[in-house]
Design a protein around this ligand. Sequence first.
Ligand code: NAD
Length: 254
Amino acid sequence: MTSLEGRVALVTGAARGIGTEIARRYARAGARVGVLDLTEDLTRDTVAAIEKAGGQALGLGADVSDAAQVEEAVARIVQEFGGLDIAVNNAGVTRDNLLFRMTGDDWDTVMNVHLRGTFLVTQAAQRIMVERRYGRIINISSTSALGNRGQANYSAAKAGIQGFTRTTAIELGPFGITVNAIGPGYVDTEMTRATAERMGVAAEERLAEIAATLPVRRTGEPADIANAALFLAAEESGFVTGQVLYVDGGRSVR
Ligand code: NAD
């Protein structure tokens, strides 16, 4: 099994959904994990689950779109765990609406959390990683980057993350740092359940509808994404950089 023994990882948006699964998977592989979400209180369940399984975790409260809060959180993990080797930009929100109804706030919120958040966390993380000449940065994009009705803001942000990934891979590669993105398809989390509810469809019905359109005939679980995030975080994956790995049951090739 892939080992992250001796590594320190930071996962944003790790209180629930895909983020909590990545944090727990990294801890099982031996990493000490900074579990970051909007407040430290929100991170308690993930931290407790990791510790109960014999791992080490640190709960961190920060809004990823706030530069000072991000700096402080990164400084804390470095102080507690002595470094930073892996950063996963997973924190996310949706503010779905058809374009003609989308407000400036819907646009700005999504851009701030996904794009500004990814920029700020990556910038703070690379300072530590460049010094140590080693790093793995993993950005969570989405199949929505390919276009998805009602998500002009989210789709633009997730496509932006792909450009950011490629460019930072070029800039940081000489320092032993790889930067890759994962493009999840439809994954069953509170985010997608809330979307189904807003559409007036029962979550299970929506999942079955989507599953029927996919080559693998099922929707994703957070563990599917955590598995890809473990691969990209491994030392052995050092020749993989600037890539977008779609983990989507075949949605993007359908
Ligand atoms: P989720 O809503 O269950 O979890 C997102 C987490 O991010 C929450 O814990 C939330 O508190 C946190 N968060 C939100 N804004 C934040 C901020 N400003 N600072 C710090 N933390 C913040 O969502 P999820 O489904 O687990 O999604 C995780 C990531 O995967 C997101 O980037 C999302 O866009 C992406 N994604 C999800 C799917 C899917 O089908 N679920 C598909 C493609 C991509």
